[in-house]
Design a protein around this ligand. Structure first.
Ligand code: SF4
Length: 335
């Protein structure tokens, strides 16, 4: 069986919370709480959840843009959390990122060509080769080589995101984290960028981790999908299984919110009560129990469910006492 290109184990990232007039540390927030995740070569994995669930922090920790508190991040057989600055340079070339807001991630006083070639310069690529590479990647993302001489403000939002993608591609990475790359764009432009990413993934054999807050965005691009809630992955499976047979009640609610482009088909919307709880004071037991429509008092508010296989589906994992048979004494007929 193919080995994962990226393997995350027990990843934890906490932040101190300061308060009072003296801004003393009054607590900690666990933004990522013991996450395990595998990404196989050439696949696109979607990481989906509400704002504040920890998905962007996880993406940044995988790239070592944030230093995790615990756990490991294995990339191509090496735990990148153990690498020193020199060895990390190779990983920086292999693993790139595309950010949500293309405008703020581009220096307004730097030409597009210089922005794209910055990474190449860091990796010691000469001027002639840099110019050739900039022209190549601009064409790859649907722009023209002469755009290299222009500044970010001369482009539309969609074009700027193409530039962000070109900048990531310039160093010929194998793995790219896409952190909400279409959230800031109009719907019509979103589909163009998603189609571009799909084409680039196929043509260049890229491995992608696509972070989004909306399942409909990852539906057409991703082979597998992981759903996050309050710092933990609560369900992960192939895209088809997740859309056909969602198991975790949170995934069901996210799916029910996707509009169906057919007026003759109706889907019952599952409305979750309340907002995402504060990660400063996460609920006891299953952290979803305060919003879960099928929570069982005495079980869900007391015991934390493990991420385990759904019965009969070894590659479909979910963390729910009732849906994975963790508590078989419960009356499943009521679920
Ligand atoms: Fe809902 Fe309980 Fe399952 Fe958590 S463990 S998702 S609260 S049924």
């Amino acid at each position: 069986m193919t080995e994962p290109l990226l393997s995350v184990r027990g990843l934890v990232k906490t932040y101190p919370v300061k308060g009072g007039a003296l801004q003393r540390i009054v607590g900690t927030v666990k933004a990522v709480d013991g996450v395990d995740l595998d990404v196989y070569p050439g696949e696109a994995v979607g990481l989906v959840g509400e704002s504040g669930c920890g998905k962007s922090t996880l993406g940044r920790a995988i790239l070592r843009l944030e230093e995790p508190d615990a756990g490991s991040v294995w990339y191509d057989g090496t735990d990148i959390l153990t690498l020193g600055a020199k060895e990390l340079k190779g990983y920086r070339r292999a693993a790139q990122v595309v950010f949500q807001d293309p405008f703020s991630s581009l220096d307004p006083r730097t030409t597009v060509g210089d922005s794209i070639s910055e990474g190449l310069r860091v990796h010691g690529i000469g001027a002639k080769e840099r110019a050739r590479r900039v022209a190549d990647v601009l064409e790859l993302v649907g722009l023209e080589p002469y755009h290299a001489k222009r500044y970010p403000h001369e482009f539309s939002g969609g074009q700027r995101q193409r530039i962000g993608i070109a900048r990531a591609l310039a160093v010929e990475p194998r793995f790219i984290v896409l952190d909400e790359p279409v959230s800031a764009l109009d719907v019509s432009i979103q589909s163009q960028i998603l189609n571009l990413l799909k084409r680039l993934q196929n043509d260049l054999g890229l491995t992608l981790l696509f972070i989004a807050h909306d399942l409909s965005v990852v539906e057409h691009l991703c082979d597998r999908i992981a759903v996050m809630y309050l710092g933990k992955i609560v369900e992960v499976s192939s895209r088809d299984i997740l859309f056909d047979r969602p198991t975790h009640p949170y995934t069901e609610a996210l799916l029910s919110a996707i509009p169906i482009p057919d007026p003759t088909v109706t889907r019952e919307r599952i409305l979750l009560e309340g907002d995402l709880p504060s990660p400063l004071h996460p609920p006891s037991g299953c952290t979803f129990h305060t919003r879960c429509p099928i929570a069982v008092t005495g079980v869900c508010d007391t015991f934390s469910p493990e991420l385990r296989s759904v019965p009969g589906e070894p590659d479909h994992l979910a963390s729910c006492h009732l849906r994975t048979g963790e508590y078989t004494h419960l009356d499943r007929a009521t679920v």
